[in-house]
Design a protein around this ligand. Structure first.
Ligand code: ZN
Ligand code: ZN
Length: 600
């Protein structure tokens, strides 16, 4: 199974695509089969992407100097050990030099330091997004998001595509992404017939949110030469009508690639601008550091060279930490990459292993079958192999990050960590469990005993909560989703993440979701309200504890002298607005390393 998973990453061969198809859709970017094929068609050559001079020319932040300044008249939430408050902050050479009241900070700062009056606004540590996918977002982020959070119905998504088609040039491809039938009402897939209502003269192509499926119109099939007579690759077939005509549904990386390789617009897709867009987008929501959970998915081991060039160029407006994808272990090991390689801008901090699928895709691995089903999901890695992987990486001194959604996957993950723990190998801590969606009490005990740390995809509660309760698990098991308060009671440190492109990066939205546990489709009810936590706990999860999870708490995550001057200025204190308004608080400014990066 692991060998299969490897080829699935290396070549874009979607060996799991058929399995995933049987389990409907798997909205999880951790294991998409299509990125590698996509990258081969993009415009910017590798030599440029690995050249710091190339990135230097693209720097979006050249107008902003590193400031020697004192921020006064602020409400500074330092998120230090005791969550203390201050009114002033002095910064110099990219670092914080003093925190306290206006008078003492002025006394500690240089006489010529610039004074910035914050007019009572809120200063917080820059938010840290502990789990996103950097290159995958860069590679598709420029396509139109027609997903459920913008268009709750399929018809709404189609009408958005129609308006794009009206303004398109003659040979332009109309591109969409994030279609998600688990949340968008009006059908399980997008067919050629539906997409022909968008255009019959322009090619139309839409990615499923999971990126395991694509959908296209008749024009795109025609350009690609895909017809009734085109043979199917058994691992990645074309959807077909009863008479054998392709119906526009593309199941897996090969079928998607066979159409997308004819998209000439794709050859002008600027991956470099896509990378910088990710930073800009993060800065706009107050993020100053994010962690790429699965490096290698788009450009293979070359991603390390691109990261080196980006860091050296000074063009990053957010710090990046990354976990190497274990599926590319042989290739990465040959590069000699070691824990801590890099600098304070971009740095290697772990290995990422994907142990199962996703619960909303019915591919998360469960102890008991899904509701109204005899199916228990998919182990992407068998339990014994998972243990071997963990022993191997832990033995080499690396922190480990394991994706586990279903309760059986979490059992397997805990068994694997326990083998390393008992062997005295779990030394580079914390090791993490990603999503860690369904947790039983005794699993929480084991997490606590081994000092492990979960990161929760809190959008599972907000966006999918009702679906989890009514369709996937039933009420009792859905109540075990994202157990932040139970973990906190056990003294376990945990964080929140977006997993973008699964949900959009948005720390304030994540904070609101974890505090309220309100469900999007049922705004008057909460999922497992016992698991609600305080606003301060949620802020800690997106700053201080996320820094710790990303092995960077010595330099970021709180506003304390000696740490980097990474901070965000908010219009309002998240503790002082109604819970359902936290996500609406305006991010006024974002600073990274003593330099304003938002707005530019
Ligand atoms: Zn992920
Ligand atoms: Zn994942």
């Amino acid at each position: 199974m692991f060998e299969e998973q490897k080829s699935h990453f290396d070549t874009g061969d979607p060996s799991t695509a058929l399995l995933v198809h049987q389990h409907e859709v798997s909205p999880c970017a951790c294991c998409s089969p299509v990125f590698a094929e996509l990258a081969q068609t993009m415009s910017v050559p590798d030599e440029e992407l690995t050249d710091p001079a190339f990135w230097r020319k693209k720097n979006r932040c050249t107008g902003q100097a590193v400031r020697n300044a004192i921020l006064i008249n602020a409400k500074v939430l330092t998120v230090d050990e005791s969550f203390s408050e201050a009114s002033a902050l002095a910064i110099k050479d990219g670092k914080i030099v003093a925190v306290g009241d206006d008078a003492s900070v002025k006394a500690a700062a240089d006489d010529d330091a610039e004074i910035i009056d914050c007019q009572g606004k809120i200063v917080l540590p820059g938010f840290i997004e502990p789990h996103m996918h950097f290159f995958p977002i860069a590679a598709i982020g420029r396509y139109e998001d027609i997903g459920p959070f913008r268009y709750p119905t399929v018809e709404g998504a189609l009408s958005r595509l129609r308006s794009l088609a009206e303004n398109a040039a003659p040979n332009e491809w109309i591109m969409g992404r994030q279609f998600d039938p688990s949340l968008q009402e009006g059908g399980e897939e997008l067919t050629r017939d539906q997409l022909d209502t968008v255009s019959t003269t322009n090619a139309v192509f839409v990615y499923n949110a999971s990126l395991h499926f694509g959908y296209c119109n008749s024009k795109a099939l025609e350009i690609a030469g895909v017809s009734k007579d085109t043979p199917d690759d058994p691992s990645s077939p074309y959807g077909r009508d009863d008479d054998g005509e392709p119906n526009g549904v593309l199941k897996g990386g090969k079928a998607i690639g066979s159409v997308m390789m004819h998209n000439t617009d794709q050859r002008t897709y600027d991956l470099a601008e896509g990378c910088l867009d990710v930073c800009t987008k993060a800065n706009a929501v107050g993020i100053t550091t994010f962690c790429d959970q699965g490096t290698g998915l788009v450009q293979g081991v070359k991603e390390l060279d691109i990261y080196r060039a980006l860091a050296e160029s000074g063009s990053m407006t957010a710090r990046l930490r990354y976990s190497l994808s274990y599926a590319l272990q042989d290739g990465f090991d040959k590069t000699g990459v070691a824990y801590g390689d890099g600098d304070e801008v971009i740095r290697a901090t772990g290995w990422k292993i994907v142990s199962d699928g996703s619960n909303q895709g019915y591919s998360g691995l469960q102890r008991e079958p899904y509701l109204h089903s005899d199916d228990k999901g998919i182990a992407y890695v068998e339990a014994s192999q998972l243990t071997e992987m963990v022993l191997d990486r832990a033995g080499k001194g690396w922190p480990i990050v394991i994706h586990a959604n279903g309760d059986q996957a979490i059992d397997n993950t805990l068994d694997a960590f326990e083998a390393a723990f008992d062997a005295g190998l779990l030394t580079n801590t914390p090791c993490r469990i990603e999503h860690c969606s369904i947790l039983h009490d005794e699993q929480i005990e084991r997490i606590s005993k081994m000092g492990l740390s979960p990161s929760f995809l809190i959008g599972h509660v907000y966006y999918w909560g009702q679906v989890m309760r009514d369709k996937i698990f039933g009420e009792a098991k859905a109540a075990l989703l994202d157990r932040t308060a139970s973990c906190e009671r056990k003294g376990i440190r945990w964080t929140l993440h977006s997993d973008e492109p699964v949900t959009d990066m948005g720390p304030l939205r994540c904070i609101e979701n974890a505090v309220s546990r309100i469900m999007w489709k049922e705004p008057d009810s909460q999922l497992a309200p016992d698991e609600c936590i305080s606003v301060e706990s949620a802020i800690r999860a997106m700053t201080r504890d996320a820094a710790w999870q990303c092995h960077s708490d010595h330099e970021i995550g709180s506003l304390e002298a000696g740490k980097f001057a990474d901070f965000v200025i908010l219009d309002k204190d998240p503790r002082e607005v109604p819970v359902t308004e936290i996500s609406q608080i305006r991010v006024l400014q974002t600073w990274m390393g003593g330099r304003k990066v938002f707005p530019l």
